[in-house]
Design a protein around this ligand. Sequence first.
Ligand code: LLP
Length: 428
Amino acid sequence: MAARTSLSPVFPLDSAVNERGVLEIGGCDALALATEFGTPAYVIAEDDLRARARAYVRALAECSADGEVLFASKALPCVAVERIFVEEGLGCDVASGGELALALRAGFDPDRIYLHGNAKSPGELREALQAGVGTIVIDGLDEVESLVEQGADRQRVLLRVNPGVRPDTHASIATGQADSKFGIRLAQAPAAIERLRRTPALELVGLHIHLGSQLMDTGVFEAAAAAIAPLGEFGVYDLGGGLGAAYVSGARPPAIEEYVSAQVGAAKRHLGVDRRYVLEPGRSLVANAGVTLYSVMSVKRGESTWVAVDGGMSDNLRPMLYAASYEAHVADRLLVPGATAERCVLAGKHCESGDVIARDVALPDPRVGDVIVTPATGAYGHAMANNYNGVPRPPVILCRDGDARVVVRRESYEDLLAREQPDAAAGA
Ligand code: LLP
């Protein structure tokens, strides 16, 4: 039984340090997981996913608003995780044909799937229509013709409107500002609404906005809701996702309840109380539910102490793309009383200097063979994993009550070779 030493909220709920001083996720010893499944590995606490999903559903209910919560599956596109959200009563946001295939496999009711995307292909639209996807979020008018050609028949659609509100977040993940590739500009929205209403194959039921991602401030919702209010009254408003996660201890994103109450509260004030409000969180459902386990391969002491592990930018691109900060800990020396920690640079194994997972982390006496944990890697890690340097992508392991199961296996060299054509080596 783990001593319930409480850990910072960057770790999955109910994580603990056991009597051997080892981190436990979902009741599973991190060193045992590393031994059994190898490293790097994404480890996800199932109970944490469920708790956050329930918090969203409860928060929406507490706003006395009709509506639903969707999982923005891009954050962790993994069938087993999606199935948990099916069980928790969530719908699903997909942004491509591939995400749609995963969502269908997970068992989401197609009627509760929303298809997004600023460059949907005719093939993806056809797949959505064939699957009976409930709602297609029109991002631009070029899609309309394509949907008609693909045989849409009173297909429910929302129109994504760009409210012209710039949230405070990294430029690469801000979407609500005027000059964005997403959605219809506010000034062009009335004509777009008219056009959709004149298209018998489509049934325009409402509007969609998504201001951006990793938002720490709820102040932006007021302006966004006010901006779209003059476009008319609609039955449905999809307010997007965006709630930030705590990547490092001390970061204090709004609580789910606070975020939902600000988002829906502003919408109710400007758009009406008797509407259906749809929320589509991704990151805030999964980021802190997951950690990544790595093994230390090398330690070099010089101007800095370079601790290099067996993963890096192939399993977590976020430090490189958004200068995102992460914590790192030695899995079996998390809370050593009086231990002096060395300031280290946690580097990956990839062939470029920018492959640094965390620039300034305190690790107590890091050694080759240590298992390193980076918390808050449940969102957009597995999702954006890649094969740079021919590195196979890590497995996803779900943990609950001390049981661990592989839900996505580690990639193999055979997987890497599978798409190579047999005659390529011969130069034919
Ligand atoms: N709805 C729409 C239309 C979106 O575009 C997104 C995220 C979401 C919902 C979910 O947002 P969330 O709750 O996760 O903030 N790769 C980046 C994040 C890209 C977000 C893309 N869209 C990262 O690692 O930070």
